[in-house]
Design a protein around this ligand. Sequence first.
Ligand code: GLY
Ligand code: MN
Length: 355
Amino acid sequence: MYQLRRIQEALGRARLGALILTDDRNIYYATGFMPTDSAAFITPQRAWLITDSRYTEDAAEKCGPGVEVLLNNAQHPLTELLSGLCAGVEGDVGAEAGKLSHLGFIGLERSLGRELTGADELINGLRAHKTREELETLIRAQRIAEAALEAVLPMIKPGLSERELAAELTYQMMRRGSERNSFDPIAITGAHTSMPHGVPGDGVIKSGDFVTMDFGCVKDGYCSDMTRTVAVGSATDEMKHVYETVLRAQAAGIAAAKPSATGAAVHAAGAKVIADAGYGEYFGHGFGHGVGLDVHEAPNASPKNSEPLGEGVVISAEPGIYIPGRFGVRIEDVLYITGDGCEDITKAPKELLIL
Ligand code: GLY
Ligand code: MN
């Protein structure tokens, strides 16, 4: 999505003379086009995308207004072109220290012959606060994932393998307009569900299993992310109790999610429900993470985030209980933080389904 103006205004506020972007998502955010192995160079007044012949034709069509496309090739390497643009800049030049390796950052400084200023907070902070257009795109990505789930639910039967289920989720999302998966889908069953990020294998669904599906797609660059856990054939009272506890934990975190709440406070609200039910040791990850061009981005709703979330950010709400060797449950929605609370943009039902 094309957010060049927002970046240029932020450069002015940060008193930076220019910003170099090399991260694909950041380049897309700035220019409206997502090549690989490229760079964007942005000053408060002008912007360039430096890319190679694989992308120049597409870039000329897709870059937003005000972005000039420069071709890099063997005669004019990317760093030489960047160096030329830097030469005209008065003031500090920012770059994504957090996206480059230490060696990469130092190498860029060496090849440009100047020190660079870490500008991660500037770009991450902008990206965290979604515009209405970005929110609408995230919702479109979410609806694709939800429709795919609806199509897949009737296929969930004993004998279906985890791998087949993961493939179906991918296929059903692509049929509905997904550009790609936002991450490799997690589709796990039975005892595997106790592994929060278990990898789909050849194991098949059996009656009495929980099945956890954590998946999402990319639409116009923006990610969806959702998790549903369903039971097949039957569920024991203990499974039902764990499921209801996770659902209550999610509701508590959602109720706490508002602009003034810290990420840690939202996490604590959900974690308390799980701990009070006696399952505290079985919930080891954060309550949620930011979602946008990256499926994991700022801000986090985790114990490490003592900053208020702020208005307009998007976070996941994904508590879980994972009992090793037995079963696990996770339920994940995506929330948009509004002026006084939040809007749950995930509309798929959450009552326990026993298929
Ligand atoms: N939904 C995958 C994750 O958030 O890690
Ligand atoms: Mn997630």
